[in-house]
Design a protein around this ligand. Structure first.
Ligand code: AMP
Length: 192
């Protein structure tokens, strides 16, 4: 099972991807998590990505295409994977298509979580509060200014992906405003 989750920041992509990893025994490949790990380890990629991420802007297609290609080659992806936060631009989607072709792999579905933009800032604030309550570290881009920028980046660069995947006949849309369990059930119906 090879899936892509689309949707703005705070739509619930990460939450749903995590739930499905358990159900299908396939890993969640979050480019955001991979980049945050690279920043934490101060790798070359991490050093290049940090300021861009903190500003809520997108890291270059070249960097993310390469980290995803390397990650897909790892043994735990043999049965499939869930891409969360990638592709994020039409050029990334085209690169992914070529990458998968080159590896002899096919996508099963592209699932878009539709949400009201007005709810997204509130969700980000809730995520910050929950992280603090759990004693965790808040993401450096989970602040109002960077979040606004992330939403703008989404509208300008990522939203056109819906049309791209509608064109390939792979796009499935789910109401991301529903309860977490309802959203999961809707996704499972699509995948059944
Ligand atoms: P996320 O955890 O998916 O919200 O990603 C956090 C940040 O990582 C984004 O705001 C971008 O700066 C960067 N990022 C994650 N995935 C990508 C991607 N596919 N293309 C470019 N930048 C990305």
């Amino acid at each position: 099972m090879r899936l892509i989750f689309l949707g703005p920041p705070g739509a619930g992509k990460g939450t749903q991807a995590k739930l499905l990893t358990e159900r299908y025994g396939i890993p969640q490949l979050s480019t955001g998590d991979m980049l945050r790990a690279a920043v934490a380890q101060a790798t070359e990629v991490g050093k290049r990505a940090k300021a861009v991420m903190d500003a809520g802007q997108l890291v270059s297609d070249e960097i993310v295409n390469e980290i995803v290609s390397d990650r897909i080659d790892q043994a735990d992806c043999a049965k499939g994977f869930i891409l969360d936060g990638y592709p994020r631009t039409v050029p990334q989607a085209i690169a992914l298509g070529k990458m998968l072709d080159g590896k002899g792999l096919k996508l099963d579905a592209v699932i878009e979580l539709k949400v009201d933009e007005a709810a997204l800032v509130k969700r980000m604030e809730n995520r910050v509060a929950e992280t603090i309550a759990a004693g965790g570290t808040v993401r450096s881009d989970d602040n109002p200014e960077a979040f606004k920028r992330r939403l703008t980046e989404y509208r300008e660069k990522t939203a056109p992906l819906s049309e791209h995947y509608a064109g390939t006949g792979q796009l499935r849309t789910v109401d991301g405003m529903a309860e977490v369990n309802t959203v999961t059930a809707e996704i499972e119906k699509i995948l059944a």
